[in-house]
Design a protein around this ligand. Structure first.
Ligand code: MSP
Length: 515
């Protein structure tokens, strides 16, 4: 049987500022999907990285009096470090300033050019430097401001190269309509279809170097650099290994992607960049004749009040500061449990604490009390015992988690897992193992209780592993296991005969964490 493979991506982030919880959310979400898949035996390739060209980086470097490349090195390293601290298990971190990427972008543009998909034209109109976007008069906000970031726009008149995107409109609509799950959730798919009801223009894919020099030169006109979004989107292709830009034209991989990771199985992103991924990117791929990504998933925003949390609005939360106080896995849990994938959510310290308490008081507490009882009543060795009513609940929880994860409803999967932990705690109360321990007549009942709870705890370790990988590895080591079992293993694994180890609480009380 061939092993299932999956190529999963996050956006590549602008390293013009520090990573914030918006970036962290997307990356942790994709990480949990990657870990869940790996746990199910899938051969995952998980890509993230930084988007280092463009006006924003050029301007920020100028503001700091730095060379753009030095700024990229400095800031990209901050993303690498943040992802390490947040337990991200990416297989590749791509930077758009890598020579290999530059060569693939140029090969991509050459291919479009050779196929007649690009023409030279002139752009006259409004441009937002911050968003790196052209706007039409009717898009503008009051006093000629950008409709997205509300900053003043500039009137520009310049030679541009255009990609014939408009003529691919109908093919794209057809693709979206005949593949209902291509863009999820459905609300986002409808937004894209709504956008495509208007005529789709051609896409400007270049910027004159007189205005912007920090970019990849067009292979057919070195006086222009590639529009940063074209450069950025191609990263998914570069990392897939499908294109060999150094091979002769005609044998670079555009005709046949066999053996590479292309097409991507899933692009994960926030809803702010859905159009670029669901309209520009697929039409560009059609333009070069490559297969389209298999699926696009756009999640909602972390908001503060009504506003999206963003660096430019100055209302961002630092995930690394939260991590200092509560630990990596608690941050991961909060973000994934709190936001219904697809809608918006807001961060408040109270919500964070409430979610942390769930981890400590429900899951952490179950682990501590069970290990303590096995230690006290059975000398630290897990007894054997028959299946009980709780085993049926384990099976139900597995089914709910699998269904929820298949639809990327990660918050529901986590809710189902936590519900199992809650039920197990309730079951402890109803079984009263401390009473069962009092008489030899109920020794078998006590074995049954402890054995069932041990099976539940292993199941929980497997279910929580994608969100809390470090804590679940720790829990499994306390249960005498070398690693967190896979879902399939956890379904059948008994712990009978295993020696458990008592230790400090998995999720310390917050007061304790603060001191
Ligand atoms: N560089 C482009 C992406 C190119 S991908 C080929 C870019 N970068 S970004 O740094 O602005 O990151 C945008 C992404 O960060 C969003 O799509 C989302 O994944 C994440 N988020 C940034 N702010 C966010 C929130 N407030 N809430 C949730 N996610 C957000 O766009």
């Amino acid at each position: 049987m061939t092993q299932r493979r999956r190529y999963l991506t996050t956006p590549i982030y602008y390293p013009s500022g520090e990573p914030h919880i918006g970036h962290a959310y997307t990356t942790i979400l994709a990480d949990a999907l990657a870990r869940f898949d790996r746990q199910n035996g899938v051969d995952v390739f998980f890509l993230t990285g930084t988007d280092e060209h463009g006006q924003k980086m050029q301007d920020e470097a100028a503001r700091r009096g730095m060379a753009p490349m030095d700024l990229c090195d400095l800031m990209s390293a901050k993303f690498v470090a943040a992802w390490e601290r947040l337990g991200i298990s990416h297989d590749r971190f791509i930077r758009t300033t890598e020579p290999q990427h530059k060569d693939v972008v140029q090969a991509f543009l050459t291919r479009l050019w050779d196929r007649g998909e690009i023409y030279e034209g002139k752009y006259t109109g409004w441009y937002c430097v911050h968003e790196e976007r052209y706007w039409t008069e009717k898009d503008l906000g009051p006093n000629q401001t950008c409709p997205d970031c509300k900053r003043p726009v500039e009137y520009v008149e310049e030679k541009n190269y255009f990609f014939r995107m408009g003529r691919l409109q109908q093919s794209l609509v057809k693709h979206i309509e005949s593949n209902p799950d291509w863009i999820v959730p459905a609300v986002r798919r409808n937004e894209v279809l709504g956008f495509l009801r208007q005529p789709l223009g051609d896409l400007s894919i270049s910027r004159p170097i007189s205005r912007l020099s920090w970019g990849i030169p067009l292979p057919f006109d070195p006086e222009h650099v590639a529009y940063v979004w074209v450069d950025a989107l191609v990263n998914y292709l570069t990392a897939s290994g499908a294109i060999d830009p150094h091979a002769p034209v005609g044998r670079q991989g555009f005709e046949d992607v066999t053996g590479s990771r292309w097409p991507a199985d899933l692009h994960v992103m926030g809803k702010d960049i859905l159009t670029t991924h669901a309209v520009y990117w697929p039409t560009l791929l059609m333009g070069v004749g490559l297969p389209l990504p298999r699926q696009i998933f756009a999640h909602g925003w972390w908001v503060v009040g009504e506003a999206k949390m963003s660096k430019s609005l100055g209302n961002v939360i630092d995930p690394l500061a939260l991590r200092e106080q509560f630990g990596t896995d608690a941050v991961r849990w909060f973000l994934l449990r709190e936001m219904p994938t697809g809608s918006d959510a807001s961060y408040t310290p109270d919500r964070f604490l409430a979610r942390y308490d769930e981890l400590a008081n429900v899951l952490g507490n179950l682990a501590s009390r069970l290990i303590a009882m096995i230690d006290k009543y059975r000398g630290g060795v897990v007894p054997a015992g028959r299946a009980t009513h709780l085993d049926a609940r384990i099976a139900e929880a597995f089914a709910s988690v699998r269904t929820a994860m298949a639809g990327y409803h990660v918050h529901e999967a986590l809710a189902a897992a936590m519900e199992l932990a809650r039920d197990a705690n309730g079951w402890v109360e109803s079984r009263q193992p401390w009473a069962q321990a009092k008489s030899p007549a109920t020794a078998t009942d006590l074995d049954e209780t402890l054995a069932t709870l041990a099976r539940t705890l292993v199941a929980l370790a497997a279910l929580f592993q994608p969100v809390a990988p470090a804590k679940m590895a720790d829990l499994c080591s306390r249960l005498g296991l070398e690693r967190v079992p896979t879902l399939a293993e956890a379904e059948t694994l008994g712990l009978a005969g295993q020696t458990v180890r008592k230790d400090a609480p998995l999720f310390p009380r917050v007061e304790a964490a603060e001191t």
